[in-house]
Structures are given as C-alpha cells and as structure tokens.
Design a protein around this ligand. Structure first.
Ligand code: COI
Length: 354
C-alpha cells in the first residue's frame, strides 16, 4: 500500500510533565486517514497534520452509529526504541467488528503498515516516562450523506494518537465497581463482542449512576437473566476464587480482550488454573462470604491489569483483599508492563518493534 506523507508546518509543543498526562486529552501532530468508496475499495492512504475533519451533517455515522474502533499502545523502552504489544490482534479484531457492522474490512498487513507509518512520523511523541505510553486509536466510520438505514458507501479509516498515563486517575490503586442490576450493556446476538461506539453509549447512564455513589466503574450482568457476569465495559474482569482464576467465557456479548487473552496465556504458562466459564454474581458473593474470593482484577489495553478493591451488588459491599492489590494481580501487572516496556524478555512472541 502506498502511503502519502504530509508533515505539519506547525508542530505543537510536547507535554513537559509526562507524569500528568491523564488519559486521552492530548493529541500528536499527525494522523492517518484512508478513504473507502464502493466500487473503488480502500484508497488514498495518507498521513496528514492532526486536525478537524469536515463531515456532512447527514453523515451516516452521526445518525445510525455505523462505527468501530480499536485501542492499542506504543511503548518506549530504556534504549529509546519503540514497540507495540500484539498489534496484529487489534487489527484482526477490528475486522471481526467490521464484519458484524457491515463495514468493509481492511487487510491486516495494510492496517499494520498504516500503524507503523503514522507512529514513525510522530515517534518523538511516545512518552519517555515509566507508566506512560502513546495510546493509539484506529477507527472506521460511515461518512456518506444519507438518511436511509443501510450500510454506507463511503468510509474513513483513521488513526489518531494520544500520549497518555494510566486510564484510571487512581493509577494502580484498586478501583471500586458497582454491579448494574437495572440496565444491560449487550445481549447475545447483539454487538457486545465488537468495539463499536454504541456499546459505550449504552454504558453511560449506569456509569453516571455509579459515579454518584462513588464507584468508578460498572460491572455488567448478562442481558437475559441478569445473573451472570459479563465485563466492566472499559475492561474484562477476572476473579481469583480459592486459587483459581475464573473469567466469563466469550459467548457473543463480551469483548474478546487482548490483555484478557494474554493473562489467560500467562496463567497457563505459570501453571495457574484459569477457566473461562459462566460465573454468576451470586457465586462471587458466596465465595466472598466463604473467605475464598482472593482477588478481583480487570484487564484491558487502557486499564492494563487493574485491581478491584470494592464490589457493590445491591446493598452488599465486598471489600477485596483489604482494598490492596493482590499477589497475582501484581505479578500479572509487572509481567505485562515488563514486556511492554522491554524490561523483561518477551518469551511469548508478543512484542513487535517499530
Ligand atoms: C481500550 O482499553 O483500549 C479501550 O478501548 C477501552 C476504552 C474504554 C478506553
């Protein structure tokens, strides 16, 4: 694929204090963009200065939400080099989302080329500080001006990038999670397994309610019986019950997280029993009452491995591990970030150098 590069004449000042980046506020100097038109396919791949885009008010994405996205990071190692964590998995998953939303797929090798090209142009934006990274957001949306409900004929694939710190303002401090019993995020047969904006829009009301009660995130239950645990929305969820790692199986309404998959693979390598199965919130509460709920943690690209300190289900508040990070959570966090920042060797074949 040929990629045209147009560099900015007015580069922005980079953040001075990389310990205060927050998440998703600052954007680099450039972005990648490529058009799709029915009859032409994907064409006109280019890296251009970062900036607003012009869109018809009738653009289909604005009305019917035909949009998908991904999230991955570029990390700077101690020797100054830059690397990605399993980026191929992101672009494979992007095509799975694309298929569900009738969006034209992008060959994985083209998406990877776009990623390498745009990060190379903005490589000085990859933070140098431990714990900070360049968060990368690829996305595709329908752009043709039309008010009828049908798949688009015109799409854009874009990649924007944001130097970021921890997703949660609390960093590695345990997060508190509210179990949602009224609303649901996704149903089987729906779009829960895709990364599409609508899934996140569906989560906002509950997130707002949870914030009012001083909980930072929402844990979703299944959309049919509202008994079985699904995911947190910004991350997958794992429980350590009596020494065994248990996480909800992927059955169509849960996102197939790359960090989730990596954690399961690490547990397998370490000889720790890790099971994907249906798990009810009642089972978690019973394990808590029996003193067997050893650890709870979330996994995600943005969230990495995040300890959960409190879980509230109705009136029941469970404090997990005295609201401190558990041993396995810490080991997983250290191993994942160790590989990502090149501090420990990648013996899983997960790292891709820029
Ligand atoms: C990610 O972890 O990359 C995501 O896309 C989740 C998002 C809520 C930040």
């Amino acid at each position: 694929m040929e990629i045209r590069i147009e560099k900015t004449q007015t580069p922005k000042e980079k953040p001075q204090d990389e310990t205060k980046l927050g998440f998703g506020h600052i954007f680099t100097d450039h972005m990648f963009i490529m058009d799709y038109d029915t009859g032409m396919g994907w064409h006109d791949a280019r890296v251009v200065p970062y900036g607003d885009i012009s869109l018809s008010p009738a653009a289909m994405v604005l009305h019917y939400g035909q949009e998908i996205f991904e999230g991955l990071k570029a990390y700077r190692t101690a020797d100054g080099s830059i690397q990605f964590f399993r980026p191929i998995e992101n672009f494979k998953r992007m095509n799975i989302s694309a298929e569900r939303l009738v969006i034209p797929e992008i060959p994985v090798e083209d998406a990877l080329q776009a990623l390498h090209t745009v990060v190379e142009v903005d490589k000085d934006w990859v933070p140098h500080t431990d714990g900070a990274s360049l968060y990368i957001r690829p996305f595709i949306f329908a752009a043709d001006p039309f008010l009828g409900v049908r798949p688009g004929d015109k799409y854009y694939f874009m990649i924007i990038m944001s130097p970021s710190g921890a997703y949660y303002s609390t960093g590695l401090e345990p997060v508190s999670i509210y179990v949602e019993t009224k609303y649901v995020r996704a149903v089987r047969g729906g779009m829960g397994f895709t990364k599409t904006g609508g899934n996140y829009a569906a989560s906002l009301h509950s997130q707002d309610d949870a914030h009012k009660l001083n909980y930072s995130q929402v844990l979703w239950l299944d959309g049919i019986e509202q008994k079985y645990i699904e995911e947190v929305g910004s991350m997958n969820i794992m429980f350590v019950i009596d020494g065994e790692v248990v996480t909800p199986q992927l059955q169509g309404s849960v996102l197939s997280g790359i960090t989730r998959k990596s954690v399961l693979e690490l547990c397998k390598k370490w000889g720790i029993k890790a099971t994907e199965r249906r798990i009810s919130i009642q089972e978690v509460a019973d394990a808590y009452d029996a003193g067997k709920l050893d650890e709870v943690f979330g996994t995600g690209t943005a969230a990495v491995v995040s300890p959960v300190g409190h879980l509230r289900w109705g009136d029941k508040v469970m404090e997990i591990g005295n609201n401190k990070i558990g041993k396995l959570t810490q080991r997983l966090y250290d191993t994942m970030t160790g590989m990502q920042y090149g501090k420990i060797p990648d013996d899983m074949g997960w790292i891709e150098k820029l």
